[in-house]
Design a protein around this ligand. Structure first.
Ligand code: GDP
Length: 318
């Protein structure tokens, strides 16, 4: 058991959707939350990260900073997705070792798993097959992050752990249609179509791929749980344990938003991996399960969209 009470806890990536949710969640832990804006600290500069860590001396670190984006952004900016993510996680993990951080939680993503992994995907499927090509740049950087945590644990006895969240959504999401993930994209499309009195909305691909979704506040709660109770080599999946087709998700979003028009498919856009449901068994066995139902979560995400809560596009974990 690692108590956060009285500790200095750095949330790297606090302007992103997940980082912001972790900051909200930590409010009840009795810890001091440290944050650094991009202007104060460039995470891609090793010397800057080390100097900031030396000065601020966090006891614990949530590594939620990342360059994130949906299927099209990944495909369009492979160099950014690979290099930026590799460099910032390496800088933070190495500096955390140097200054003696007691506990670090690295955030990855479900795209680390092989494209055709058996479903639901258990943690041990990592590195058993080839990746989905549309997001392998991001995935390889995240796999390297898991391995860095394991390597520092093995070689230096550091208590660095990793969590792999599924597709997250909620307040502070990126609603930009070119770079967003499917959930905020559908919310925006349904909203815009309703506002314009349009007769249809367009979804990318066939609508048959299945995806799992978790509200970001549930995710933050799980991450704090892991920070406090988990200490081991292997990463842990953080998901809802349930998936839905893109078409059914579209129908649900339309229902919540109140758009009653037609749904049409743009088949020139990629489907990506056919299914990506993670096993939630390991985390459940540690006494954690999600609390926010998908429909309620979509309603809260839509409310935040209406309130104009837009996250910085390139911060926060996927
Ligand atoms: P992925 O989980 O890495 O594939 O990333 P996304 O969240 O971007 O896409 C998930 C699925 O939703 C893919 O099959 C997309 O083709 C599909 N999709 C349907 N409409 C949209 C859309 O408007 N934006 C995005 N990003 N994906 C969409």
């Amino acid at each position: 058991m690692y108590a956060l009470t009285g500790k200095k806890v750095w949330v790297a990536g606090h302007r992103g959707m997940v980082g912001a949710a972790i900051v909200r969640r930590l409010a009840i832990e009795g810890c001091t939350v440290l944050t650094a804006t991009r202007a104060e600290l460039d995470l891609t500069r090793q010397d800057a990260v080390e100097a900031w860590m030396q000065k601020n001396r966090p006891d614990a670190v949530f590594l939620a900073a990342a360059k994130v984006g949906g299927i099209l952004a990944n495909d369009t900016y492979p160099a950014d997705f690979l290099y930026d993510n590799l460099i910032l996680e390496a800088n933070i993990i190495q500096a955390a070792h140097k200054v003696g951080v007691e506990k670090l939680l690295f955030l990855g993503s479900s795209c680390i798993y092989p494209k055709f992994a058996d479903q639901p995907i258990t943690e041990d499927a990592l590195l058993t097959g080839s990746l989905e090509p549309t997001n392998e740049w991001y995935a390889i950087a995240k796999i390297a992050g898991i391995k860095l945590c394991q390597a520092f644990r093995r070689q230096h006895g550091r208590d660095f752990i990793s969590a792999m969240p599924t597709n997250l959504y909620g307040p502070g999401d990126n609603f930009d249609l070119k770079s967003s993930h499917v959930m905020p994209a559908l919310i925006r499309k349904a909203h815009d179509a309703k506002a314009a009195g349009a007769s249809e909305i367009t979804v990318w691909g066939t609508g048959t791929p299945r995806r799992e979704f978790l509200h970001v506040d549930d995710c933050a709660d799980a991450l704090v749980h892991l920070m406090k109770t988990y200490s081991d080599d292997s990463h842990v999946n953080v998901g809802s344990g349930e998936d839905i087709t893109i078409l059914d998700l579209t129908k649900l979003v339309c229902e919540v938003v109140g758009f009653t028009g037609k749904i049409v498919h743009d088949l020139s856009k990629p489907d990506g991996t056919p299914r990506k449901l993670m096993s939630a068994a390991k985390l459940r066995s540690m006494g954690w399960s999600p609390k926010i139902a998908l429909k309620d979560g979509v309603a809260s995400a839509y409310a935040s969209f209406l309130a104009g809560e837009f996250a910085e596009r390139s911060q926060g974990a996927a």
